[in-house]
Design a protein around this ligand. Structure first.
Ligand code: TRP
Length: 448
């Protein structure tokens, strides 16, 4: 995208870009460990409900605002409503979220790069389970290695956004996203042979509500926003590169479906390993990094699979991180008329700087706590559990009440005749989604 207003080449390319944004570390790294830490099935159930009842409608709303406004995440609110509308503050909060999320996302992206590197040099093979589980801990203790990989990841993200989302990401997405799906399929089939497979299925799919806390519910709601890239204008920005009217509901459902599928398959694979090897399901953020090396070191063809897998996860992370960076770049280039190259570099440097705080949270700064959280946890919690749900509620209200029935008709391209879908979408975005998310949000913030 050399100028801010070029467009995706085809509708398919757009869907891939949106799937690329949605499918990322949220699915492969975050979802499994959050489900594990919150007791499994009940968390998964709430998460699925949120994707369907809140995520899809808000996805449609963001797509519509972007496509209709044809502007960045701040200016699209003005373009669809009126100049200087207070609703554009949603866009400003989105910009803040983009900086904060990308800053810690890039640190985790760095862990993935480190593991890709380790897998290329065959370091997982021939080790005991304990040794394989120890790699992330060792990385955590080394400030320089972590900051270094974080730098590499940020440089990659900046490079892709500079090179143009359309010529870079769009082309790579076409090859790598389907490959990631295929590879996950292979791991999924392999997981059938593990003795922990059936326990994994029952852990993830038989809800035991007694294990769920209010904080867990908020995490599930927040994660449904995070995983679909909602609540901060990423989908508004991507939607603004979408040309004519398209059936937005179909796009939203397709993206949500694929995103959920990836998360669930990743969960089944990871918990099959967990239960086969007697690991702890509530292992937290280290879960992916402790289970998969153990799995790969034992599989035939494990070397190739490990290399392919970690590189593809890295790619999935890049196709998400560019969507975060693009939100900020699009705003400064378009609204503030800044030079695209300089803006991208400058924002990249600032985000790298903020991210250093997260990279040091597991070592030098591990004792620095703000509201009892390290920087890393604080940035994650603040955005996933507060900014994104709040942004989502406001976007929903803007779409349902301010833009109203006409926008809904256009989004669904069903014409004027009344239909159940129209009424459903109208009242979901006007009342159901905002009220449900607000209740959870208030409860969650009180527990903060
Ligand atoms: N959805 C991505 C993931 O699951 C992360 C992401 C990309 C994101 N863009 C976003 C999260 C915008 C919140 C908002 O890994």
């Amino acid at each position: 995208m050399s100028t801010a207003r070029s467009h995706w080449s085809t509708r398919f390319a757009f869907i891939l870009a949106a799937v690329g944004s949605a499918v990322g570390l949220g699915n492969l790294w975050k979802f499994p460990y959050m489900a594990g830490a919150n007791g499994g099935g009940a968390f998964v159930l709430i998460y699925l409900l949120c994707i369907a009842a809140v995520g899809v409608p808000i996805f449609i709303a963001e797509l519509y605002i972007g496509q209709k406004g044809q502007k960045n995440a701040v200016a699209s609110f003005e373009a669809t409503h009126e100049k200087n509308t207070p609703w554009r503050c949603i866009g400003f909060m989105g910009l803040a979220s983009a900086f904060i999320i990308l800053s810690f996302y890039s640190v985790v992206g760095g862990w993935i790069l480190d593991f890709s590197f380790k897998s290329i040099f065959n370091q997982f093979a021939g080790k005991s389970d304990e040794e394989d589980k120890g790699f992330l801990g060792a990385l955590f203790e080394s400030p320089w290695t972590q900051v270094g990989w974080h730098f590499v990841f940020m440089t990659g993200t900046v490079g892709i956004v500079l090179g143009g989302v359309r010529n870079g990401i769009e082309k790579w997405n076409k090859i790598l996203m389907p490959t990631l799906f295929a590879l996950l399929g292979v791991l999924f089939i392999y997981s059938f042979t593990l003795s922990g497979f059936s326990q994994s299925i029952s852990f993830l799919f038989s809800p035991d509500t007694s294990k769920l806390t209010a904080a867990g519910v908020l995490e599930a709601v927040g994660h449904s926003f995070f995983t679909l890239s909602l609540g901060m204008g990423a989908i508004i920005t991507y939607g603004s590169y979408l040309k004519k009217k398209e059936g937005l509901a179909k796009i939203a459902i397709t993206v949500a479906f694929l995103d959920t599928l990836v998360a669930l398959i990743a969960g089944v694979v990871i918990f099959s390993v967990v239960f086969t090897h007697g690991m702890e399901p509530g292992g937290g953020p280290t879960l992916l990094f402790q289970t998969l090396p153990v799995l790969f070191s034992k599989m035939t063809g494990g070397y190739i699979l490990a290399v392919a897998f970690f590189l593809l996860v890295a790619f999935a992370a890049f196709s998400s991180s560019v969507s975060l960076l693009e939100v900020a770049v699009a705003y400064w280039v378009e609204t503030k008329k800044k030079d695209r190259v300089r803006t991208t570099l400058l924002i990249g440097i600032v985000i790298f700087g903020i991210g250093v705080l997260s990279a040091l949270s597991t070592n030098v700064l591990s004792d620095v706590k703000i509201f009892k959280f390290t920087f890393f946890d604080l940035f994650d919690k603040l955005t996933s559990s507060i900014f994104l749900p709040l942004g989502g509620v406001l976007i929903s209200l803007f779409y349902g009440w301010v833009l109203g029935p006409k926008a809904i008709e256009e989004s669904l391209s069903l014409g004027k005749k009344p239909s159940l879908m129209k009424i459903g979408l109208l009242w979901t975005t006007r009342v159901l989604a905002p009220v449900a998310v607000m209740i959870v949000l208030v409860k969650g913030v009180m527990d903060f």
